[in-house]
Every structure is written in structure tokens, then in C-alpha cells.
Design a protein. Sequence first.
Length: 328
Amino acid sequence: WYLKMFQHSAVRLVRSGRRRTRFFSSQAPSGPRTALMRWVESQIGIKSLEDWYHVDVDQIASKCGENIAVQFKSLRKVLEEEHPNHLWLPWKFQRVPKGFWLDLANRKRFCDFLSQQRAHSSMEDWYSITVADFDAHGGRTILRHYYNDSPGDALMQIYPEHDWEPWKFAQAPKSCWSSPVFQQRFLHITLKDLASNNPDFTWSQLSGDEIRRRGGSGLLDRFNGSVSLLLSSVLNISESELHTHRKLPNNFWKLQTNAVVVARDLEARLGVRTLEDWYSVTATSLRRVGGGKFILEQFKSVQGLAAAAYPHHRWDPLRFPKGSISSE
């Protein structure tokens, strides 16, 4: 009787052109699951609430009729009202709400969920993530529309507070090796690690196999597989110096030539067009494009980097936001 009543009511409203209302009316049966909902579930084979994620309005129309499907036009909202105590995950439905992924908070919410699904115990577990993992859990749209199909780029921007080493990702971000900051940082970490384990180590002993083993294949390929060319180009030292150097010179980052390389790379990625724009750069924005902690460790602050790259400009210290490692 209830079913016939709702079908008759829905048809009458559609034919009359009056505003349509959901089946949750004052005449609907009370209780956690209405008679109409139970009937629809039986028609489309719903066994558990999770099954609703695989249903769209077209399926309801084909199984139950257009006059019933119109009541489920906003399926997610209907389910949230019918089952308010169930945690509905928007990305698991056939369609997400319009504009849902525009909000960075929703992208972070998805990644938090993905971390739980993969049983992460630390941020290091993210390095094994693949496009297939995003796809399998409903997040492929995030990568395709916002991060150039790169899980690494997505994670570095969604979790900028973490000190990422992008070459460790199963799929290194496409922007990784084009950045002088990442090139220098990779070599800085690699050379420092090798020297700490071998007191007699010199840079000339660094092999291509070691670089590839540590995830630097893409970097080495940019220099035609030549380790000496890589070191001399990225670190601005002559090949003869490779046989004596064990670590970066103490004044390496104070040299204007090196600071300019870092500054120009950041300007391109942060949209810094004039020297005045440097006053709006924060430590957080540096971390969001990757390598922020490494940069701040070398230059101590955004002001320190700007001053090292452009020493002849009269900088106003009071106009810089706080940007040291400890202040932000």
C-alpha cells in the first residue's frame, strides 16, 4: 500500500509540474529504513550499505522506474539523511559532488583515508604509493586534474610540513630532477652519507650504480650518465677538485652563484616575478613546492636566501614573514 501511494504521488507531482519533493514526507513510514528504501534495495540487489557506492540514478531508473529514480537524484544526500550515523565517503560514490576536489581539505581527507587503508605506520610508507593505489580507492581524479598524474607531487603539496625526499617515490615526481634544489639536495644527502661511513671517501669515488641505487637514475640521465659532469655542473666545482672534496665547502651556500640557482628555481615554482614578491614567501610555501626544510637549513630563513641571491638589493628585514625552521 505504501509503495503504491508513493508511486502515485510521484507521478502526480511530475505531471503537474509542481516542485518535486523527496519521499521523506510526513506520510512516509517512520523508522531507520522506510518501506520505499527497502523495496528499492531489493530491486537493485543492495545487501549492505557499502553496496550503495556502486549504484547511480540510472540503475535505479532501469530497475525501479523513472518515477522512483527522481526521488534519488541526489543519492548521497538521500543516504546521509536515511543513515546519518554511517560515515559516507564521497569519493567512493560513482560521482563526487561538483567542486568537491577544489577544496584542498577534501584532498587531504582522501589521503588520510588512503593512509589508513594502506596501514601506514609512518610518512615513509608513502614512498611506495602508485597511481594504481589512488585509482583503486577513488582518488584518480585528484592526480589527473591537480597533480599531473604524479602521486609524489600530490603528497608533497598536501603534506608540505613533511621533509620529502622525492627520489624515494616509486614514481619520482616529474618536476623532481628539473629542479636545481632537488638536484643539489640529492647530492648533498648522498655525499654526506657516504663520507660519514668512509673517512677516506672522496667525491671521485661516487659511482653511477650508487646514484641509481639511491633513486637518482633520472638525475644521472640528465647528464648523459656522467657522474663527473653531474657533480661539476650541479655543485659548480672543477673535475680536478672531485679527488679532494669529501663534503661541501663551508661557504658553499654563501656563494652568490649557488644562491642564485636556488632562488631562480623557486621563483619559477612560486610565481615570484619581482624582488618585492620575496616578502610574501613563507617557510610553508617553500615546503609546499618541495625542499623547504633543506633550503632553510642552508640559508636559515627566506630573508637569508634572498639576501644571498641578491646581495646588492636593500632588503627590509621587517617586511619578511617569520621563516626560520623554528619559527614556522
